[in-house]
Design a protein. Sequence first.
Length: 121
Amino acid sequence: MFFKPLPLTALSLLFFAVPGIPQSGGIDLGAIDRAASPCNDFYQYSCGMWVRNNPIPSDQATWGRFAELAERNRNTLRAILEKAADEKAARTPVEQKIGDYYASCMDEKSVDAKGIAPVQA
């Protein structure tokens, strides 16, 4: 019997796990479209439910597992930085440096008030 190679997307969906979705040995069982025949359309079978449950966001040209992972990482990093920037919380010296640096970059009022003065010769 001759087997065709799986598309890269189908392979990535089989091996990358997402928290909160039932897993079996690294395979996302929630992504499987059991109504599709794996012999006729393996991509639809292996990814159909994920594609159906994760439409392309209006601000994106494409959407996939890696884009979803990148978005989750950005949100996690932002939460860490905002927590470090909170002056009311107990912070270690490293967290204080990181938080103060982040807060200075996010201080839009001060940045707008200075205009282009910081970059002029």
